[in-house]
Structures are given as C-alpha cells and as structure tokens.
Design a binder for this molecule. Structure first.
Ligand code: SIN
Length: 294
C-alpha cells in the first residue's frame, strides 16, 4: 500500500530524555512512501509514543494510516465502534454516560482514568494504539505515557531476578463487565464472548521487534501475581506501579485538536488526566492487532 511521496520524516523532536517525540514534516493525509513508513516505525520503537501535530484526519484517513503498521482491530473487545466505523473507538465520557443512561450500568467505565495499557485483559493485546484528538478542552485533558522498558531497566538486578519469571492475571471485568452485560456480547480477534475471562501474561515481556524487556503490568487491568499471597501480590504491584510512574520515565502531552498520537502498547502504559471538569473532550482511537506477550 506504500507509494512514493515527497514526505521524508526527518524532523523528529524528542520530548523527554526517555520517551516521546514529535514528527512535523509529514502530511498523513497523503500516501506514505516505504521509507516514511519505515522511519515512523523506527521512531515508534525508539520513542515508544510519537505525535503528529495538526493532521486533522477523518476516520477513514485515521484507519488508512494505522493500516500501514499492521492489521487494524475492532474498536474494542466490548465497546462498539462509532457509526459505520467498527474499528474506531470513540472516548467521550459525557456521551458514554448518556448512552448507558445510569452510572450503575457503567461499572468503572467512565470513572477517572487509571494508568493502563490498552486491552491487556485479552490474550492478544494491541501492538499499538493511534489516537486522533477530535475535541480538546481549552485547558486540561493531557495524557501521560510511561516507558515501561526504561522502568524495567531501572530496577536493581535482584529485583529484576524476582520479577523476571512471574506471571500476572489481567481482568477487564471491573471496568467493562457491566457494560458487556448491558450490551450482550463483544468480539476480539475473531472470538465472540459474553463474559470477560481473566487471562495471564508475563510480568516482564520481551519486545518482539527489539528484543528488549519491559514491565507488563498495569493498574487498569492487572489483578494479581500468580503464586504470591494477596498481600505479597498487592505490595509488589504497588511498588512496580509507583516505580513505573516515576517522572523520569514519563512524558506528558498537551493535545490540540487534529493532533495524532501513536504509541507502542507493548512497552508503555498511559493515563488520560481528568482535570477538565464539565468541558468537552472527545478522542478517537484505532488499534493495531498485537501478538501474545512472551
Ligand atoms: C486511552 O486510554 O486509550 C485514551 C487516552 C486518552 O484519552 O488520552
């Protein structure tokens, strides 16, 4: 699907010492050359989250861009897509509450965000997510990303040895169980389901492209560490989450309408800051199919 174009993707500005970069010299509404796709993929691996300011993509252009990097998934395992775009997940908390009619039906969905990695409660969480900023409040609504590879590398060797062989249980039912009951069924990777069954992933995963190791637990969906007592599991997860949210591993992005953000979901977690009161914020997200973490 690549064709020749004049875009070269050379203007990459890092946003912190470890994670995040902005790319300004490419128009994502135009076809991308193979070199441009390769440069964007390289930047994603290097910076973990990359931003393309002022792109103003339509849902079709958004999906088209995502498809350069892999197969795009359904919008979400539980939440249907927006209109005819079954691959576009729209996050508009005021609309979510309206649709679900009452807070009790939403469960934790629609509450303040938690640090999370997208959709780790399925066997094959997405490779990456691409966010299109549709409506952004005049102030607030920034997003934070943590570099979970830098966080792993920042652990002492004895601590790495402790976490290296552990397995975690991930469960989406607290956030999406009630929504799933309300909607009846969901679908992910061709599998239809009516309940969210917990899945297991390694606590430290190996990146399939770079071979580097990173922490792969998150407060949104990780429930426990297998084989530990609940006290030990809670204490270990609490420590890892605090460590992963260390400012040195984190970048904060201030959105403007029309910006596009693309993150490597295998090696980051993120947090949408809910500091904009009743102001309106709408983002649309497309995810790229991932593989089984190992
Ligand atoms: C998400 O959690 O995928 C969306 C992040 C955001 O709303 O900034």
């Amino acid at each position: 699907m690549t064709t020749s174009t004049t875009s070269t993707v050379q203007d990459i500005t890092p946003l912190s010492g470890t994670i995040g970069a902005e790319i300004r010299d490419v128009d994502l509404r135009q076809p991308l050359s193979e070199d441009s796709v390769a440069a964007i993929r390289r930047a994603l691996l290097d910076y973990k989250v990359i931003f393309f300011p002022g792109q103003h993509l339509s849902p079709d252009e958004h999906k088209h861009f995502a498809a350069y990097f892999g197969e795009i998934t359904n919008a979400h395992p539980v939440i249907p897509g927006v209109g005819e775009h079954k691959e576009v997940f729209e996050l508009d908390y005021s609309r979510i509450r309206e649709l679900l009619a009452a807070d009790e039906q939403a469960g934790e969905y629609g509450d303040r965000d938690k640090w999370h990695t997208d959709v780790t409660f399925v066997k094959t969480p997405p490779l990456g997510s691409i966010l299109n900023a549709i409506v952004i409040p005049a102030a607030g609504g920034d997003t934070l990303w943590s570099d979970t590879q830098a966080a792993y590398e920042g652990l002492s060797q004895p601590f790495k040895d402790l976490v290296d062989g552990l397995t975690a249980v991930h469960d989406g039912s607290r956030t999406f169980g009630k929504v799933l009951d309300y909607l009846g069924e969901g679908e992910w990777d061709g599998e239809r389901f009516t309940e969210l069954v917990p899945v297991e992933h390694p606590v430290v995963r190996t990146h399939p492209e770079t071979g580097r190791r990173n922490l792969f637990v998150n407060p949104g969906f990780t429930r426990s560490i297998k084989g530990l007592t609940s006290k030990e599991s809670d204490a270990l997860l609490r420590h890892l989450y605090a460590h992963m949210a260390t400012p040195e591993y984190v970048v904060r992005y201030r959105w403007n309408q029309g910006d596009l953000g693309f993150w490597d979901n295998r090696t980051t977690m993120h947090y949408a800051i809910g500091d904009y009161g009743t102001a309106h914020r709408v983002i649309q997200r497309v995810t790229i199919r991932g593989d089984r973490p190992f």
